[in-house]
Design a binder for this molecule. Structure first.
Ligand SMILES: Cc1cc2nc3c(=O)[nH]c(=O)nc-3n(C[C@H](O)[C@H](O)[C@H](O)COP(=O)(O)O)c2cc1C
Length: 136
């Protein structure tokens, strides 16, 4: 089992509709590849967690890297893991802009703010701490 986590910058502001488009394509492909994961999005950034076989996660990541909907991809983690964290989700999406303001405020207090939005973590343990807020 292998896990990749990366953070990237959206080339256009993210909203419900374009996030749904990404998730829709991801879900069907990830299902066939048996890759699971979570995609967290703010208006301007993505943080994605991918798990599955080493080969298929790397293959999926190489495809994602080429996608023009984001840039400045920063690899937060890429390693073998003992046990998967995401067995239930082919690709679960969390749009931070969809959360209620109280939760977003709390997240900003903990993880910081960039241009009025939540600043997504760039460090592995912090990335898991963010996930803990979503009961995944
Ligand atoms: C932030 C982001 C996350 C993505 N995550 C996935 C993913 O988990 N799995 C996947 O297959 N495609 C993902 N994609 C889409 C791929 O980059 C690519 O567009 C898609 O897999 C190509 O599918 P198609 O050739 O069938 O159009 C993601 C794209 C973006 C911008």
């Amino acid at each position: 089992m292998y896990r990749i986590i990366y953070k990237s910058t959206a080339t256009k502001p993210v909203n419900k509709e374009n996030l749904r488009d990404i998730l829709y394509a991801s879900m069907s492909r990830n299902r066939t590849q048996r890759v699971n994961g979570v995609l967290v999005a703010t208006r301007h950034h993505f943080l994605q967690f991918l798990e599955g076989s080493h080969e298929l996660v790397e293959e999926t990541y190489r495809l994602i890297e080429k996608d023009h909907r984001h840039c400045d991809i920063l690899l937060v983690c890429a390693r073998e893991i003992q046990s998967p964290r995401f067995t239930n989700w082919k690709m679960k999406g969390v749009g931070i802009f969809d959360l209620n303001l109280e939760i977003e405020k709390k997240l900003i207090e903990e993880f910081g703010e960039i241009d009025g939005n939540l600043d997504l973590p760039e460090e592995e343990q912090e990335a898991y701490r963010l996930l803990d807020y979503f009961d995944l």
